[in-house]
Design a protein around this ligand. Structure first.
Ligand code: ASP
Ligand code: MG
Length: 427
């Protein structure tokens, strides 16, 4: 008998029918003899609808009240799910984040989990109940207020519960079958991975893959939680995300050890914009000034390139999430005379392609394959950056899908069959 934590995303509990389907899955797990703890997201687009409502009554909703409002989405789905399980003859009890002991800091809208005290969950499990917990929310001890963890936070709830309860596995259910070598919506020949290292998963998530949230993967890595990403809409097995030193459960069951590929996957990101600060005086301290201004605007800088200067002036380009670019531009424009640059150029028609693989540490020639594939495809590269296990390039956004397909083929990642894509958003 195992203790299994399961997380169901919004698209898995979008309506009454889906809730009943999820209830059946949970009951099947219970019937197999396991203890089950479930973290659930709000139904369908509930969170977005609540946000829209808030914006209709107030231009800038008060953060405390916004968390009160948004946390109610998960209270609806958790109670309905518990009811559905009852009607199948099983005992289930739902708990809000604060009842479940999800203790966070006081940062409304982006709270961090600081402690988990699942006393009531343990009691309920000991009494033989299936436990349902509202995802995405917690409680701050100092302010005694309800907090939320940020969009997509239910993944983190599930992983934190799995860590606190020392669960055997944290199953994250969404509308895709697992982790793929690329987004199957962009690359139809993407293949489902049997497993992936948590380090690789973090790089993919940070560079555009949406199937798992980066904070949940980080939390799992830190606390040694085994994640199994799988689909609510099929019974097929998904992908294991293995932390350091973790053994693939399938190999433990006797499957032959698989050879690790050099490249695990290709990520595509359409969400970045490029800002060029042109004609910057080429003297020490200018980059520091520029990025201090950008940081103060709250924009999160990703890639940076600086051109060689010929005339005592240089251009510095960097990328930021599209949503941050207006604030960064405004902040820079306000300090143009102080910094002494000539002008600002904004370009939001870019796409970012990343190739990720732990094998890059020990194999040479990995980047050459990428550059050759892009060159053969006649695709122009505008920026390049690398980490130990990743190579990223910025391209025209109209080239991104084609570039990703070419590169996916060049690394030998193409599968034989087209990947099944269930309707939905990947959540
Ligand atoms: N309901 C929240 C959201 O849509 C949390 C989640 O789905 O994980 O962001
Ligand atoms: Mg959601």
């Amino acid at each position: 008998m195992a203790l299994i934590v399961q997380k169901y995303g919004g698209s898995s509990v979008a309506d009454a029918e889906s809730i009943k389907r999820v209830a059946k899955r949970i009951v099947d797990t219970r019937r197999a003899g396991h203890d089950v703890v479930v973290a659930v997201s709000a139904m369908g687009d509930t969170t977005d609808e609540l946000l829209d409502l808030a914006n209709e009554v107030a231009p800038i909703p008060a953060p405390r009240e916004l968390d009160m409002l948004l946390s109610s989405g998960e209270r609806i789905s958790m109670a309905l799910l518990a009811m559905a399980i009852h009607s199948m003859g099983f005992e289930a009890r739902s708990f809000t984040g604060s009842q479940a002991g999800m203790i966070t800091d006081s940062q409304h809208g982006a709270a961090r989990i600081v402690d988990v005290t699942p006393v009531r969950l343990r009691e309920a499990l000991d009494e033989g109940a299936i436990v349902i917990v509202a995802g995405f929310q917690g409680f701050n001890r100092d302010t005694r207020d309800i907090t939320t963890l940020g969009r997509g936070g239910s993944d983190t709830t599930a992983v934190a519960l799995a860590a606190a309860l020392d669960a055997d596995v944290c199953e994250i259910y969404s509308d895709v079958d697992g982790i793929f070598t690329a987004d199957p919506r962009v690359i139809p020949k993407a293949q489902k991975l049997d497993h992936i290292g948590s380090e690789e998963m973090l790089e993919l998530a940070a560079n555009g893959a949406k199937v798992l949230y980066i904070r949940a993967v980080e939390y799992a890595r830190r606390h040694g939680v085994l994640i199994h990403a799988r689909s609510t809409f099929s019974s097929s097995e998904g992908t294991y995300v293995l932390g350091e030193g973790m053994k693939n459960p399938r190999e433990a069951e006797g499957a032959a050890a698989m050879e690790e590929p050099i490249v695990a996957g290709v990520a595509t990101d359409f969400g970045q914009a490029k800002i060029t600060v042109a004609g910057v005086p080429d003297v020490p301290g200018k980059a520091a000034e520029i990025f201090k201004i950008v940081a103060k605007s709250g924009a999160n800088v990703d890639m940076i390139v600086q051109n060689v200067s010929a005339t005592g002036r240089t251009d510095i380009s960097f990328t930021v999430p599209k949503a941050d670019s207006a604030a960064a531009l405004k902040a820079l424009a306000g300090e143009q005379t102080e910094v002494g640059f000539q002008n600002l150029v904004h370009d939001d028609q870019i796409g970012k392609l990343s190739v990720v693989g732990a094998g890059m540490r020990t194999h040479s020639g990995v980047s050459a394959v990428l550059f050759e594939a892009l060159s053969a495809g006649g695709i122009n590269i505008e920026m390049i950056s690398t980490s130990e296990i990743r190579i990223s390039v910025v391209l025209r956004d109209t080239d991104l899908a084609e570039a990703a397909r070419t590169v996916h083929t060049a690394y030998g990642l193409d599968g034989d069959a087209e990947a099944t894509v269930h309707a939905g958003t990947g959540r």
